[in-house]
Ligand binder design. Structure first.
Ligand code: PLP
Length: 495
């Protein structure tokens, strides 16, 4: 069956998957949603005999129905290869009665690799299918993690270039080092003298600059975006929820049709929405547990039905979840409003004008699959320490937020379904926060000494992504004012 995609904000024309991937955002500012959610057409028993790549094909073919089998398999095989440091791509590790789904074995040791490894291939395939002759230029503003994962994904991919702007003094030293050491002739990294909002605003202006678009088109270039609302990032994330359930079944950890709960450390709501899609496809998931840090907009929303971003922004030790507007939640709002674009558009208008909206009782009832809670900074650190002391397994700060919320949920409800916890980053990515949680004495140690110490106490090899940046030469040293972003882009493209 062919799947078409529609905007969450108007009843505009339906587009094919490849067009939705190329466009990223709908013309009315809405997000693309499949007209209907497909069901798996293989049984979970059949899937339990498959590799990650085979499972990816079985899931993604149901969403990307205008890709041929050969095209999709080619994208999958180019994405999930030896860039990952384990053949199983997304291993499950059991610790203290929960199953941690490790999504951090890719090039930049965070879960964004799961989607950003394949997005470049989906994008250039989509460009070919739609007779786009131009090279695709990816433009991104980053507060740290996404920039590096996008760079790693697009580096060396023919027909693409990638330009990343980051706030010169607004990312961690390790994050900066990861970006400025990026190899690949088609990559370009620029520090701007401003904060993340300046970088983001500048990028949005460039996207909307018609004069620039014309000049680029004549020279054979066009912009595209890799941000997390692209359907080409969401669909690959559904795969690992199907895969993890199939693995539990294969290993006899769950019985046939036995339901599990899934816990996801959440920021932009992309990862947990992928789990919701997996449930709707037929994976036996009971509850979708949404874990927030002290920026607990989503917890309040699931409790009260009121989404309210008017609050103080808290900087936490889980920075990738420091978000007050969870963009992908819009898709759930739309779906639980009965795919009513007008209704959703009214909520989004209210959000942009007042920072707040309130859903109906009926919509709230349609969200009963979800449970939300949050973890304080102290609770998160305590979870890292106690799990380490009990089992020797070391969590990163984001995953520890999820583990904390998982414990709260069990205590509150007595629900004893087996649990899969999405483990979204390697502890080596947030070494200092993790080590300080285990013992305050570590604060005196230098960055790389800490890395070695973490390796020793956790008995885990230092990941290549960290090993590389110890000695890697700096390849990008461009710094610019926010006013000069356009000329920097033109310079890089030679136009
Ligand atoms: C991006 C990110 C998250 C949040 O994921 P969303 O899909 O935005 O909800 C959680 N943990 C880590 C480590 C991340 O990089």
């Amino acid at each position: 069956m062919d799947i078409f995609y529609r905007s969450t904000r108007s009843k505009g024309e339906a587009v094919r998957a490849s067009q939705a991937i190329l466009k990223g955002l709908a013309d009315d500012g809405g997000l693309f949603v499949p007209e209907s959610l497909p069901r798996l057409d293989k049984s979970l028993e059949e899937l339990s005999g498959m590799t990650y790549q085979e499972t990816a094909y079985e899931v993604m073919k149901l969403f990307l129905t205008d890709f041929t089998e050969a095209e999709l398999k080619d994208c999958i095989n180019k994405a999930y290869d030896s860039k990952f440091d384990t053949e199983v791509i997304a291993p499950l590790v059991e610790a203290d009665g929960a199953y941690y789904l490790e999504l951090f074995h890719g090039a930049t040791i965070a879960f964004k690799d799961m989607a950003l490894s394949i997005l470049p291939h989906l994008l250039i395939t989509s460009a070919k299918k739609n007779h786009v002759k131009n090279d695709i230029v990816i433009l991104t503003a980053t507060s740290g993690d996404t920039g590096k994962a996008a760079l790693a994904g697009f580096a060396g991919v023919a027909g693409t270039k990638i330009i990343v702007f980051y706030p010169k003094n607004g990312v961690s030293p390790i994050q900066e080092k990861q970006m400025v050491t990026q190899k690949g002739d088609n990559t370009f990294v620029v520090g701007i003298t401003g904060n993340f909002d300046d970088a983001q605003t500048g990028v949005k202006q460039l996207f909307g600059d018609k004069e620039l678009a014309d000049i680029m088109d004549k020279a054979g270039f066009q912009f595209s975006s890799a941000n997390s609302i692209n359907i080409g990032r969401l669909v690959p994330q559904v795969v690992y929820y199907v895969y993890s359930y199939a693995q539990l079944l294969k290993e006899g950890k769950v019985g046939k049709d036995e339901q599990i709960n899934v816990v996801v450390p959440t920021g932009n709501f992309g990862n947990i929405l992928a789990a919701y899609f997996a449930k709707n496809m037929g994976v036996p998931i009971a509850k979708l547990i949404c874990a927030s840090n002290e920026n607990k907009v989503l917890y309040d929303f699931f409790e009260t039905g009121v989404y309210d971003r008017n609050r103080e922004f808290v900087l936490t030790s889980s920075p990738s979840m420091d978000i007050l507007i969870s963009s992908n939640l819009e898709r759930l709002i739309y779906l639980t409003a009965g795919a009513d674009a007008d209704k959703n558009a009214a909520f989004m208008k209210s959000l942009s004008e007042t920072g707040r909206y309130e859903i109906t009782e009926e919509m709230k009832a349609n969200m009963s699959d979800f449970y939300g809670n949050y973890a304080s900074e102290q609770e998160t650190a305590a979870t890292i320490r106690s799990l380490y002391e009990k089992t020797g397994y070391v969590l990163d700060t984001h995953t520890a937020v999820a583990a904390t919320v998982c414990n709260k949920y069990k205590k509150e409800t007595g629900d004893n379904h087996k649990v899969v916890i999405a483990s979204t980053a390697s502890p080596f990515k947030f070494t200092r926060s993790v080590m300080n949680a285990i013992d305050a004495k570590y604060d005196a140690m230098g960055d790389f000494a800490l890395v070695d110490e973490l390796s020793r106490i956790a008995n885990v090899k230092v990941p290549a992504a960290i090993e590389e940046i110890r000695t890697a030469p700096v390849l990008h040293d461009t710094i610019c004012d926010k006013e000069d972003m356009k000329s920097v882009v033109m310079n890089f493209l030679g136009i």
